[in-house]
Design a protein around this ligand. Structure first.
Ligand SMILES: Nc1ncnc2c1ncn2[C@@H]1O[C@H](COP(=O)(O)OP(=O)(O)OP(=O)(O)O)[C@@H](O)[C@H]1O
Ligand SMILES: [Mg+2]
Length: 400
C-alpha cells in the first residue's frame, strides 16, 4: 500500500503542508529540528494512533492551536481511501473515512499499515519491558485492528481496579473492596487473556520471519529467539521480590502456550493467589501490563549480553520481520516503510544490506539530515524540509 497525498494542518511545527507522494522511495532532507520526523510521525499516527516519541496526542497539536488535522489518501490495489483525523485539545478527537460522518478515531485503524525504523528501536532490545510490550502491541493492533478496543477496555478496567485496591489500602476497608473486586477480576481476566493470546499468536508467526530477517541483516549464524515471560507464571516463592516495580523482569515465568483456556485459568489462579499482596500494595500485580518478551541471541539474552552491533541487527531484524508479517497477515500488501534517521546510526555493512532489503517495497519514506547518510541506491525523489515547510526537488539556497 501507499499514501498518495498527505495534508497536515497545525500538526507539530507545521501550520500547513500538502505533499504528493509517489510509490517507491521518497527522501526528506533537512537540518535538525526542521520537521522531518514530525512528517513521518503523522503517517505513523494514522496507522497506529501511536507516536514513536510521545505518549498521548497533545504534543502533536501545534503550539497555541486548538486542534490538528492529518489527512492521507491511502491506496492499495487501485482502491483509494481518504483518512482524516482531527486531534482536539478541548474536545474528543474525531476521524472521518472517505468524507463520511465523523466516527471514532479507532475506526481508521487497518486502512494504513506502516513499519517504522528509528534509532529508538534499540530500546526494544536494551531497555525496560514497556518497550517490548509496545513493539508487540502495536503489531497486534495493525494485524487485528479490533484489538485497539480490547487494549483500551483492559486499561480502563486496570485503572479502576487499581483505584479500588488503593482505596482499600488507604481506608483499610477490605470487606467492601473484596466484593467489588470479584467483578473487576473477571473483566481483567477476560480482556487480559485476549491480549496475552493475541501476543502469543503473533509471536508464533513472527519467529520464523525473525530468523530469516536476522540472517539477512546480520550475516551471522546466531539464532535470534523471542520468548514470552509472564507475570501469570511468576514463581510464587519469590513473589515479594518479583512484583516490586511494574517493570521488574527478574523473575517472570516462561509462557509457552497460546491456549486460551490454559491462560484464562492460570490468570484466575494467579489473581487469587496474589490478592493479599495486591491489597497490601494497592496495585494490580499480574496481567499483560506486567509481561515481557525475552529476546535471546543464541543461548544468551540480547539485553545485557549482545554487542551494540548485535543489538542493532536484532532491532532491524524485528522490524524486517514485522514487514513480512504485515504483508502475510493483512489485506494491504506491503506496509509503508518509514526509516527515520536510521542510516546515520548504522555501519556500512548494515546500511547497505538494509538498503537492499527495503528498496523494492511499494513505498519507503526516509528522513535524513544530509542525503550523504543515505545509501546511493535509495536516493530518489527528494523533499527539503525547513521550518515546517516541505519543498520538492530544489534545495533552498538561504539556509538560516
Ligand atoms: N506541538 C508542536 N508545536 C510547535 N512546534 C513543535 C511541536 N512539536 C514539536 N515541534 C517542533 O518541531 C521541531 C522538531 O521537528 P522534528 O522532530 O520533525 O525535527 P527533525 O527534522 O526530525 O530533526 P532531527 O534531524 O534533529 O531529527 C522542534 O523544533 C520542535 O520544537
Ligand atoms: Mg528527526
Amino acid at each position: 500500500m501507499l499514501v498518495k497525498h498527505l495534508t497536515l494542518t497545525d500538526f507539530r511545527n507545521y501550520q500547513h503542508a500538502d505533499i504528493d507522494l509517489n510509490p517507491g522511495v521518497t527522501l526528506f532532507v533537512g537540518r535538525n529540528g526542521q520537521g522531518k520526523t514530525n512528517l513521518v510521525e503523522a503517517v505513523r499516527y494514522l496507522a497506529t494512533l501511536n507516536s514513536h516519541r510521545v505518549a498521548g496526542y497533545i504534543p502533536l497539536i501545534r503550539q497555541d492551536q486548538p486542534s490538528a488535522i492529518v489527512r492521507a489518501l491511502a491506496s492499495h490495489a487501485g482502491r483509494d481511501a481518504l483518512i482524516e483525523l482531527e486531534l482536539n485539545r478541548g474536545s474528543p478527537n474525531r476521524a472521518r473515512i472517505n468524507k463520511a460522518n465523523p466516527t471514532k478515531t479507532r475506526d481508521i485503524l487497518g486502512y494504513i499499515n506502516c513499519v517504522v525504523f528509528a534509532p529508538e528501536d534499540l530500546d526494544i532490545i536494551k531497555k525496560d519491558p514497556s518497550n517490548r510490550r509496545a513493539f508487540i502491541d502495536e503489531l497486534v493492533v495493525q494485524v487485528w485492528p479490533r484489538f485497539a478496543g480490547v487494549y483500551s477496555d483492559y486499561e480502563r478496567v486496570l485503572k479502576q481496579r487499581n483505584t479500588l485496591l488503593r482505596t482499600a489500602r488507604q481506608t483499610g476497608s477490605r470487606t467492601t473492596a473484596l466484593s467489588t473486586l470479584d467483578a473487576w477480576d473477571s473483566q481483567l481476566v477476560g480482556y487480559g487473556t485476549e491480549i496475552i493470546v493475541a501476543r502469543m499468536q503473533l509471536i508464533e508467526r513472527l519467529r520464523p520471519l525473525l530468523t530469516k530477517a536476522y540472517q539477512a541483516i546480520a550475516e551471522t549464524n546466531n539464532e535470534p529467539r523471542i520468548l514470552v515471560r509472564s507475570s501469570l507464571f511468576a514463581s510464587a516463592t519469590n513473589a515479594s521480590a518479583t512484583f516490586e516495580s511494574s517493570d521488574d523482569e527478574s523473575d517472570l515465568g516462561l509462557l509457552e502456550t497460546s491456549d486460551r483456556e490454559v491462560i484464562h485459568e492460570a490468570f484466575k489462579a494467579k489473581l487469587s493467589e496474589i490478592r493479599p499482596r495486591e491489597l497490601e500494595r494497592g496495585i494490580t500485580l499480574v496481567g499483560p501490563h506486567r509481561d515481557d518478551l525475552l529476546l535471546m541471541l543464541g543461548t544468551l539474552p540480547a539485553k545485557g549480553y549482545a554487542s551494540h552491533g548485535e543489538c542493532w541487527s536484532f532491532a532491524l531484524g524485528l522490524r524486517l520481520a514485522s514487514i513480512d508479517l504485515l504483508r502475510n497477515e493483512t489485506q494491504s500488501g506491503d506496509p509503508i516503510l518509514i526509516l527515520d534517521d536510521v542510516f546515520a546510526e548504522l555501519d556500512a555493512g548494515r546500511r547497505t544490506r538494509l538498503a537492499q532489503l527495503v528498496a523494492n517495497n511499494e513505498q519507503v519514506l526516509i528522513t535524513a539530515a544530509v542525503a550523504e547518510d543515505v545509501p546511493e541506491t535509495l536516493l530518489a525523489a527528494t523533499f527539503h524540509v525547513k521550518h515546517g515547510t516541505v519543498a520538492a526537488e530544489e534545495p533552498m539556497v538561504n539556509d538560516d
